[in-house]
Design a protein around this ligand. Structure first.
Ligand code: SF4
Length: 461
């Protein structure tokens, strides 16, 4: 029987991956011989890291002989890739889990596994709380889970199964996990551990494989992606971007999420010089006041942040800038809030992801009072939403008449093709003027705060 896992505690913050946990032998599902490869249904919620983990797990399942990404009704195993960053993400996981209870009871031998941040945060208490849960594993160290499945389903496994053809144009590739920053409000370092980077060669191979399957745009992911460092050579993010840029057939390359502290001129130069790297930088600032930034432990001042932005814009003139802001952090004063408002006016971001502060148990900030009333948090949030709507509108209207490049991703219900520009803006085209998968050059005809409408000039690829 596996050793019970402790709840997250200071001693559990040794950043070790949690071992596989499962029901005791007598309570495991009896797995019938299926006479065919077992099928797995993968479900995820939360950030793009979980999207990348979904892709990685699908490949691992195919390697051991499972049919990856089956529809739930056809599946023998359901795997939930969870998120613990906010309370409502956890509630959605529990909701999904409730749906799976009926599914599991409908056919004996079905099983449910859980991974992702909730698995690490709550550990094996989840097995006690959720009697229908069979396996709990850490996505950072999933060899034990796959070995267990191979022993349970051995008679039905007949070597690797080909990955189904994908119609996806866009994919996420995880290049590093964890974060060393320890921002006081954030649970990520406790559930994803310390930073560990994957070798450049392995990442380039992943991208090759994705491009062969039809992917044209790749986003490299890390919680703190610009502190990427190849474990063998020490190559940083600019070198990684250069290596991935050279993959034939890749049209576009992006990266998420950058920490302002590690946003250095060499990165901006790589963005300028590498043809596939898109002119888009997500640089979360979180607040526009030095005292507030110190309480958040963000390790930069407002002036330092503004200097980074000036350097990035000077190097990459067509740059689109996006950011994250938290309003109503512990003890946030009106003056501090107004500092954030001023920062938005000064920088004029293209997109701002705003959220009201909510406490995550286990973080350093959870020891401080959550003392900005909810009504005040909402007022501050709405005020910034309105301000940012105006700024985004003006920035998008300034593009009217400009030529843009669009990778057509899909069509709207009324048949209009749409996709994103290199700057990450959504652009709509007239019905019938472009096909999904095309890279088009178009002229912006009109714009609102959220999207552009453009007319196609020519196919770019
Ligand atoms: S840099 Fe991002 S992921 Fe890391 S601790 Fe800070 S907020 Fe969390």
């Amino acid at each position: 029987m596996p050793t019970p896992l402790p709840l997250l505690s200071p001693s559990a913050r040794g950043f070790q991956a949690i071992p596989l946990a499962e029901r005791p032998a007598g309570r495991q599902p009896i797995v019938p011989v299926l006479g065919r490869p077992p099928r797995v249904h993968l479900w995820h919620i939360g950030c793009q890291m979980n999207d990348a983990d979904h892709e990685m797990l699908a490949e691992r399942f195919a390697e051991i002989g499972f049919v990856p990404d089956a529809a739930l009704d056809d599946a023998d195993l359901a795997v939930l890739i969870t998120c613990a960053v906010r309370q409502n993400a956890e509630q959605k996981v529990y909701g999904k889990f409730r749906d799976l209870i009926e599914w599991k009871r409908a056919r004996p031998g079905r099983a449910v596994a859980m991974t992702g941040c909730m698995a690490v945060e709550h550990g094996s208490t989840l097995l006690r709380k959720l009697p229908e849960l069979d396996y709990l594993f850490d996505v950072r160290d999933c060899d034990g889970f796959f070995a267990r499945l191979q022993s349970v389903h051995g008679t039905d496994l007949d070597g690797p199964v080909p990955m189904p053809a994908s119609d996806r144009l866009l994919a996420y590739v995880s290049v590093m996990g964890g974060c060393n920053e320890m921002c006081t409000y954030c649970i990520v370092p406790f559930v994803r551990g310390r930073e560990t980077s994957r070798p450049v060669g392995e990442i380039v191979e992943d991208v090759h494989r994705l491009v062969e399957r039809g992917v044209r745009e790749v986003t490299l992911l890390g919680q703190n992606v610009n502190s990427y460092s190849d474990p063998g050579t020490g190559a940083g993010l600019p070198e990684l971007l250069a290596a991935v840029d050279s993959v034939p057939g890749l049209w576009r390359l992006r990266f998420l999420t950058s920490h302002p502290r590690n946003a250095l001129p060499g990165l901006f130069e790589a963005m300028r010089d590498l043809p596939t790297v898109c002119e888009q930088l997500h640089l979360p600032v979180q607040a526009g006041d030095d005292q507030l930034l110190r309480r958040m432990r963000r390790m930069y001042t407002v002036d330092e942040y503004l200097a980074k932005i000036a350097s990035a814009r000077a190097t990459v003139p067509a740059l689109a800038l996006t950011t994250d802001i938290i309003v109503g952090f512990s003890a946030e004063t009106e003056a501090e809030f107004l500092g954030t408002e001023q920062l938005l006016r000064t920088v004029r971001f293209d997109v701002v992801h705003l959220q009201a502060y909510s406490v995550r148990p286990g973080t350093a900030a959870a020891r401080r009072p959550d003392d900005v009333p909810l009504t005040e948090k909402k007022r501050r949030l709405n005020h910034l939403l309105e301000l940012q709507r105006d700024i985004a509108l003006q920035r998008n209207l300034a593009l009217v008449g400009e030529r843009i490049e669009i990778l057509v991703e899909s069509t709207t219900d009324d048949g209009r093709p749409f996709g994103r520009t290199r700057q990450g803006k959504i652009a709509l085209l007239p019905a019938g003027s472009a096909a999904v998968g095309e890279l088009c050059v178009a002229t912006v005809r009109t714009a609102n705060a959220w999207q552009l409408a453009a007319d196609v000039e020519a196919a770019a690829a």
